[in-house]
Design a protein around this ligand. Structure first.
Ligand code: HPA
Length: 273
């Protein structure tokens, strides 16, 4: 994608929204899209109306950009994201993140559904992402280099901002919610993992596994955003309990815990500086 394509998408969005800056972005993961309904004074732009945006066909993803207020802050919210397993290129998956940057986003909150690898985790837990392991087999920024979006080579040492992680724990404590913290391992999907893969990921230091987030976080860090990642543990990963995995369980846990995740995200947003 050329820089002009990002600019055209940002301009098309600006034309449909009230003026001013949008310093905060949120990407809603599988089954967590309902948070978008909590936005006040919300305007919606379907992805289909934005040049360069592709439409997610994944279950539990609505495919529109919402602009509104959450906990008194102006926020752009992606209700639905793209996944590599849908056949989209890494550039297409991360295109919206860079467009958010052009619209003023400096802080990005990314949510996802993930399988629990750590044996202390339980279905329904929320994990703050401390770090990630990219096993997707590619990097979204490989290929054409666009200096407008930052350095070619950049640090991923504190990809998930310690200050935002602390804020998440503070907000959760205020709501009586116990937060986990751990390492998110990203795979391409769409098949779930084998038990042997999960044992290998655990040995590598992973606490949860999922099929998203890492491309967006790499793109966001590349253009200088600070990032917070939250994983809802929708199921225990393959072989951890012996139960078979299903997409339905993932969506069902999402639905069941949606209110809690929404309250947590709103609580965090309310504390942002
Ligand atoms: N594996 C990969 N992705 C996932 C899982 C899982 O167990 N649960 C939700 N997304």
């Amino acid at each position: 994608m050329q820089y002009q394509e990002y600019l055209a998408a940002a301009q098309a969005i600006k034309n449909k929204l009230p003026g001013g800056e949008w310093p905060l972005g949120i990407i809603l993961g599988s089954g967590l899209g309902e948070l978008g309904e909590r936005l006040e004074r919300a305007a919606a732009v379907p992805y289909g109306d934005i040049p360069g945006f592709r439409c997610s066909g994944a279950p539990g993803h609505k495919g529109r950009l919402l602009a509104g207020e959450l906990a008194g802050r102006r926020v752009l919210c992606m209700q639905g994201r793209l996944h590599l397993y849908e056949g989209y290129s890494p550039a297409e998956v991360t295109f919206p993140v860079r467009v958010l940057r052009l619209l003023g986003v400096r802080t990005l909150i990314v949510t996802n559904a993930a399988g629990g690898i750590h044996t202390d985790f339980a279905v329904g837990d929320v994990m703050v992402i401390r770090d990630h392991i990219n096993l997707m087999g590619g990097n979204p920024l490989a290929g054409l280099y666009l200096p407008e979006f930052g350095e070619r080579f950049f640090d991923m040492g504190e990809a998930y901002a310690p200050a935002l992680r602390a804020l998440a724990h503070e907000a959760a404590a205020g709501q009586g919610l116990a937060l986990r913290e751990g390492v998110y391992c990203a795979v391409m999907g769409p098949s779930y993992e084998t038990p042997a893969e999960i044992r290998a990921f655990r040995a590598l230091g992973a606490d949860a596994v999922g099929m998203s987030t890492v491309p967006e976080v790499i793109a966001a860090r590349g253009c200088g955003m600070r990032v917070l990642g939250l994983s809802l543990i929708t199921n225990m990963a393959a072989g951890v309990t012996g139960a078979a995995l299903s997409g339905e369980e993932v969506l069902e846990t999402g639905r069941r815990k949606a209110r809690e995740m929404e309250a947590l995200v709103a609580g965090i947003v309310g504390k942002l500086n």
